[in-house]
Design a binder for this molecule. Structure first.
Ligand code: NAI
Ligand code: MG
Length: 335
């Protein structure tokens, strides 16, 4: 008897309600055995019960083999008592590595030859969300926190990942020239960890130069490790290199738990229309299958996604007219 994987599904808000059921349909078509546990999180949950991540959701995430998350809305102004669902789970469950591959897929605007992974430190930096204002809002200050411990952990993760890939190349992207204490601690700690992997070719790169090089020569990059805010920004850039948010997948990996999610948000402009591209969520599901050790099935699902992206039917964001469900059904058939 093959194993039954217990998977927590969190739709969240907006198009999360559309892309998660689509990804579920594809997972069910793999022939693997799944037991799905549904949990709530996000803005709608906050409006309903006053918290964006209920205890029951944390329980569900920690008592399953892995979690697939849709997207959650965050208001742009401060709402008392509200905290961003995915950022909260990252910190609370210590999902320290945000892994965002950018790999060429057969879609308009995707640059052939790109096959890189951004590894973003996921628990600290500027995203500790410690902000305050002085002088009646005339001055605003945000803290950035860098620890040796978190830098060493993400450094080791990234170096190990680079060591497992054919090119074995690691870039440490930073701004230590301007912020030698915080960014310097990150850079030096990561470089020290990477030195323990002599087969990995490691070099540091200043983040703004990294952004420019990524636009001009993205093919030369393999694994890039960086701090939280920089990783957030450059991983959207790298998503743009390979066809955009409709196909960009990610994983939030900790030592004990993992939450996989598309890079995109809740897309209020198209939510409820049934036209969201589920490819990013399905490819996040592929990362989840890899994480579970189902490498062969993961490759089959990814190939099925590529086949449908190439031959259609495509969703409107990629120039087609398929619905979310039609795309997912085509992938399920192609597996
Ligand atoms: P977004 O990713 O939701 O949307 C940006 C643009 O891309 C929109 O035009 C949207 O229609 C399009 N788009 C996104 N995903 C798509 C898909 N699967 N198929 C087709 N088109 C797609 O980013 P935005 O507009 O900046 O944020 C909207 C909300 O989402 C905000 O409340 C934000 O805080 C939240 N958000 C949540 C994230 C998460 O849950 N991890 C990540 C990013 C944003
Ligand atoms: Mg982002």
């Amino acid at each position: 008897m093959s194993k039954t994987y217990k998977i927590c599904l969190i739709e969240g808000d907006g198009i999360g309600h559309e892309v998660i059921p689509a990804a579920r349909l594809v997972l069910e078509a793999t022939g693997l055995k799944f037991e799905f546990v549904e949990a709530q999180a996000g803005w709608e949950t906050f409006e309903r019960i006053g918290t964006s991540v209920p205890e029951a959701t944390l329980e569900a995430v920690t008592h399953t083999d892995a979690t697939l998350f849709g997207a959650a809305t965050s208001p742009t102004k401060k709402v008392p008592g509200f905290f961003g669902a995915i950022r909260y789970m990252r910190r609370k469950l210590d999902l320290f590595a945000n892994v965002r591959p950018a790999k060429h897929h057969p879609v308009p605007g995707s640059r052939p030859g790109v096959d890189l992974i951004v590894v973003r430190e996921n628990t600290e930096g500027l995203y500790v969300e410690q902000e305050r204002t002085y002088l009646e809002g005339e001055i605003a200050i945000a803290d950035t926190v860098i620890t040796r411990k978190a830098s060493a952990r993400i450094g080791e993760y990234a170096a190990r990942l680079a060591a497992s890939r054919p090119r074995k190349q690691l870039h440490v992207a930073h701004k230590a020239n301007v912020l030698p204490m915080t960014q310097g601690l990150f850079m030096n700690t990561v470089l020290a960890e990477a030195a323990r992997f002599p087969e990995v070719k490691t070099q540091d790169i200043i983040i703004d130069n990294c952004a420019m090089q990524l636009v001009r020569n993205p093919e030369r990059f393999d694994v890039i490790v960086t701090t939280n805010l920089f990783g957030d920004i450059i991983s959207d850039l790298t998503a743009g290199l390979v066809g955009g948010l409709g196909i960009a997948a990610s994983g939030n990996i900790g030592t004990r738990h993992a939450v996989f999610e598309p890079v995109h948000g809740s897309a209020p402009d198209i939510a409820g229309k049934g036209i969201a591209n589920p490819a990013a969520t399905i490819l996040s599901g592929v990362m989840m299958l890899e994480h579970l050790g189902e490498h062969e099935i993961a490759r089959r699902v990814e190939a099925a996604v590529d086949k449908v992206l190439e031959e259609g039917p495509r969703t409107p964001d990629l120039g087609g007219s398929a619905t979310t469900l039609q795309f997912a059904e085509a992938v399920a058939r192609a597996i």
